[in-house]
Ligand binder design. Structure first.
Ligand SMILES: O=P(O)(O)OC[C@H]1O[C@H](OP(=O)(O)OP(=O)(O)O)[C@H](O)[C@@H]1O
Ligand SMILES: O=c1cc[nH]c(=O)[nH]1
Ligand SMILES: [Mg+2]
Length: 209
């Protein structure tokens, strides 16, 4: 069974509170999503292997550390996942970016695929799938399956908020995929929205409602 990490860092928790506030407008919402993504990236990459390197400082030669050539990829689920990309790239600028286009049918709540483009060498990379919201888990689970179908073996899922139902579904369908969250909420409502949640992440990011 995969692990679920809820990031309790005070800065992350503080910023999640701002996202939840319905008075927070799109500009600030986008900025905070980027900031939280950067903080989560920092936490989620703490086990990356290091190698020794030699560098010359202005004073002397010394041993230093470098990331041991691990290739990372990030795959936002369109559209709301796009809001998390720059935060990740700020810290891991060499990561390649793929995209999976999915929307959730408002009646059935089932994911509908409309786009998938991954880095050519995705199967050699450790991939982070990004989506602010893990509600029923249908979208994340389908996106992970598309990525696995392209031969990718090492996948992690990073979301801001999740409902227990979504976590359960991803864990059942993809027991190899660890899940990183900023908050684990109470439940889903009758429309499949996370409670207490933050509303529709895509609409709040891009001002479409
Ligand atoms: O876990 P689920 O029940 O599948 O719901 C979560 C999905 O719903 C939202 O996307 P939405 O369908 O609103 O698309 P958008 O990003 O284009 O707004 C969200 O960004 C997730 O992708
Ligand atoms: O609460 C929710 C559920 C799905 N998608 C969202 O954007 N918000
Ligand atoms: Mg949406």
């Amino acid at each position: 069974m995969s692990s679920v990490y809820v990031m309790e860092h005070p800065l992350i928790q503080h910023k999640v509170g701002i996202l939840r506030n319905k008075e927070t407008g799109s500009k600030e919402f986008r900025e905070i999503v980027e900031e939280i993504s950067m903080l989560m990236c920092y936490e989620a990459t703490r086990n990356l292997p290091l190698r020794d390197v030699e560098v010359e400082t202005p004073v002397t030669k010394t041993k230093a550390k470098a990331i041991a050539g691990k290739k990372l990829g990030i795959v936002p689920i369109l559209r709301a996942g796009l809001g998390m990309v720059d935060g990740m790239l700020n810290l891991v600028p060499a990561a390649k970016v793929g995209h999976v286009g999915l929307y959730r049918d408002p009646e059935t709540l089932n994911p509908v695929e409309y786009y998938c483009k991954l880095p050519i060498d995705a199967d050699e990379r450790d991939i982070f799938v990004l989506d602010p919201m893990l509600a029923t888990g249908g979208s994340a689970s389908a996106a992970i399956q598309f990525i696995k179908d392209k031969g990718v073996k090492r996948i992690r899922l990073m979301c801001l908020l999740a409902a227990p139902e979504g976590v359960q579904r991803v864990q059942n369908e993809h027991p190899d995929v660890d899940i990183f969250l900023a908050a684990l909420d109470e439940k889903l409502n009758e429309h499949g929205y996370i409670v207490p949640g933050l509303g529709d992440a895509g609409d709040r990011l891009y001002g479409t409602k």
